[in-house]
Design a protein around this ligand. Structure first.
Ligand SMILES: NC(=O)c1ccc[n+]([C@@H]2O[C@H](COP(=O)([O-])OP(=O)(O)OC[C@H]3O[C@@H](n4cnc5c(N)ncnc54)[C@H](OP(=O)(O)O)[C@@H]3O)[C@@H](O)[C@H]2O)c1
Length: 267
């Protein structure tokens, strides 16, 4: 079976995916990359092309992964319509580029998967949500899942309209968590700690709690309850964070704003 992969764009996300594929044992000879910049530490056997024009005519990938910035997608995607026409699956991770837009750019009738990954993919702990059009076969879905699972979890949705909410929760979500670490450090400073110690405490607390949540079978709510003694210090803080005007309404507004912006960007 043809397992050839063409990776278009080997920046932050593309290189994280590439590292994941290689660590999962995907053969270098099955991978080709189009990237105008040098790719550091490129393993032997992977073919690198500076532009689509350099790809040999006899290279027919089973999957083309479009990992370029959304701003250049309109200019880049049409160069790959030739593979869409030969039944390759086109997998785009570009934020805001709808399946309909990609299909138009690829000349119509392409098998397209639109996916939204997130930055913890860089350490193999991402989550990617995918949506396929009707032309995508079951085998192609499985192939896409396999490739994306190399950098974390994968979920599928049937309704592309939900991608805006997904973007607002998991796509942009890592930034909210980093901001939480920054806020916790700033609050620690206000409570009298020096800046370096406050930053260290906040960093270790947020990353350690994330790891605990990842490794524990218990839900976030249960983990929270486990550290909250009645009338203790944690309870005192949670009374503020869980108040009617606490973190929940703020998070609701933040996620709604991101979803709105995602919709706007998709046009
Ligand atoms: N990073 C994230 O957290 C994240 C999350 C979800 C989705 N995404 C999506 O993932 C995609 C890639 O993001 P990224 O953060 O990896 O961006 P990035 O680091 O800028 O990587 C894109 C790479 O593509 C290269 N490129 C530009 N034009 C090209 C062309 N014609 N052919 C082949 N390669 C070309 C860029 O080179 P130049 O720098 O020279 O232009 C760059 O090296 C975006 O569409 C983004 O929406 C990213």
């Amino acid at each position: 079976m043809n397992r050839g992969i063409l990776l278009v764009g080997c920046g932050k996300m593309g290189s994280a995916l590439l590292a994941g594929w290689l660590s999962r044992g995907i053969a270098a000879s099955d991978i080709a990359i189009v990237e105008p910049n040098p790719v550091p530490d490129l393993p032997a056997g992977i073919r690198l092309f500076a532009s689509a024009g350099g790809i040999p005519a006899d290279f027919n990938p089973a999957l083309v992964m479009l990992a370029v910035k959304p701003q250049v997608m309109d200019a880049v995607a049409p160069s790959y319509s030739v593979y869409a026409g030969k039944n390759a699956c086109i997998l785009s991770i570009a934020a805001g580029k709808t399946i309909a837009t990609l299909d138009r750019l690829l000349g119509g009738g392409a098998a397209i998967v639109r996916a939204m990954p997130n930055t913890p993919a860089a350490v193999g702990a991402g989550i990617t949500v995918c949506c396929a059009n009707a032309a995508v076969t079951e085998d192609q879905r499985i192939f896409c899942s396999d490739l994306l699972e190399a950098v974390g979890e994968v979920a599928w949705i049937g309704d592309e309209g939900l991608i805006d909410a997904v973007t607002a929760v998991s796509g942009s979500g890592p930034a909210y968590v980093f901001w939480l670490a920054e806020c916790l450090a700033a609050a620690g400073e206000k409570a009298g700690l020096d800046a370096a110690l406050a930053a260290r405490l906040a960093h270790a607390t947020v990353s350690g709690s994330g790891l605990l949540m990842r490794q524990s079978p218990e839900s976030p709510a249960q983990l929270r309850k486990n550290v909250t003694s009645p009338n203790g210090t944690t309870q005192a803080a949670l009374d503020v964070l869980m108040a009617e005007d606490g973190l929940q309404p703020l998070m609701d507004r933040a996620v709604a704003a991101a979803a709105r912006r995602s919709k706007e960007l998709a046009g």
